[in-house]
Design a protein around this ligand. Structure first.
Ligand code: NAD
Ligand code: SER
Length: 319
């Protein structure tokens, strides 16, 4: 059984990925790693190691000594936080990637998953059904780091045979852990505030159409891509992936069907400028063709599951 290391395991994606991979492959084979000295409560059912991905020597020694086969590298600063700390965002988002790519180049790692984002696209990209291959002129440090990372993944595959796989995730919506500083975070915050106060002040304008996805679909996509035979993985930059596209007004309207008193107001902030450069919808036909991707959640089913499961006490908890 392959030994798997998930770096950035305590975050929005990591928490759910760890739980799902442990369910499939056994608790002991999936090692969670993050900055905190304490293992996050939700992933206490298996091994945990405190790790700073920027500590190249530690990462190297750990991966070699523990004979890790696969690495999922999730540690990063997301779009909104990255705009506040551009130098550090560039450092974190790129250096961790090089550490694992180099270990794979030296044959210490067999397979890598590294996520990209819709942030690789920019204002000059076609907004509707954005193609897999198109103009990419990102305007955020986050988008620039993801676009560069994609280029390096493809370079390491072409020149050193590194089996690195990637998805351009849309905005991800989940209830098990909170999002970590992205432009799409409103689509999660809204459920907490709807349940808590029946009102939400949205930091994006009501008609801002963005591609989104429920976490269960995103985790399934990630694992399907990682389990696909190597020859089926034709894109070695990163795959477009689509779920559901909606605006703040559209999701508010669906929530209102369950909570009729819910009211939404709009106070756009600096994140609006970021969102304005991103696509409204994504063409993911290449992922469907190559490894059979198909989303399952609709806006209606997502809203239902979120309202049922969002636990407002999570807002005060360290998970
Ligand atoms: P998150 O912010 O929720 O989690 C990131 C985790 O990385 C955190 O637990 C954090 O403590 C950890 N981390 C930060 N610095 C670290 C370091 N130096 N060493 C080790 N761990 C460190 O992020 P997420 O939403 O889970 O995203 C994970 C990845 O997926 C990122 O690369 C992100 O760009 C990408 N992505 C996420 C979304 C989304 O909507 N969540 C969309 C597109 C792409
Ligand atoms: N959800 C992410 C963000 O808003 C997209 O990469 O940063």
């Amino acid at each position: 059984m392959s030994k798997i290391l998930i770096i950035g395991a305590g975050g929005q994606i990591g928490t759910e990925l760890v739980l799902e991979l442990r369910k499939m492959k056994g608790n002991d084979t999936v090692i969670a790693a993050d900055l905190s000295d304490e293992c996050p409560v939700l992933i206490k059912n298996g091994p945990y190691v405190q790790m700073d991905v920027l500590d190249r020597e530690f990462v190297r020694d750990y991966i070699i000594s523990q004979q890790i086969d696969e690495v999922y590298l999730l540690a990063a600063l997301l779009s909104a936080t990255a705009e506040k700390h551009p130098d550090f965002a560039w450092k974190l988002n790129m250096e961790g990637l090089f550490s694992v790519l180099d270990l794979a180049k030296e044959k210490h790692i067999k397979k890598i998953f590294w996520p990209s984002s819709i942030a690789v696209f920019g204002a000059t990209t076609p907004k509707v059904n954005t193609p897999q291959k198109t103009v990419m002129e990102p305007s955020t440090v986050y988008g620039i780091s993801k676009q560069s990372g994609e280029g390096w993944c493809s370079y390491y595959f072409d020149n050193y045979g590194v089996d690195v796989r990637s998805i351009r995730y849309p905005g991800l919506i989940s209830y098990k852990s909170l999002p970590g500083g992205g432009t799409t975070d409103y689509s999660v915050d809204i459920f907490y505030q709807a349940k808590l106060k029946s009102q939400y002040s949205c930091f994006l304008k009501e008609d801002t159409l963005l591609p989104m996805m429920f976490m269960e679909d995103a985790i399934r996509a990630t694992i399907e891509l990682m389990e696909a035979p190597s020859e089926k993985v034709k894109v070695r930059t990163s795959y477009n992936l689509a779920g559901i596209s909606f605006t703040p007004a559209q999701i508010a309207q669906k929530i209102k069907l369950h909570l009729p008193d819910f009211e939404m107001s709009y106070t756009p902030d600096f994140r609006q400028k970021i969102a304005d450069t991103w696509p409204g919808s994504i063409d993911d036909s290449q992922a469907t063709k190559d490894w059979g991707w198909k989303e399952r959640y609709t806006l209606e089913s997502l809203v239902e599951v979120m309202l049922e499961n969002v636990d407002v006490s999570l807002l005060d908890k360290d998970v």
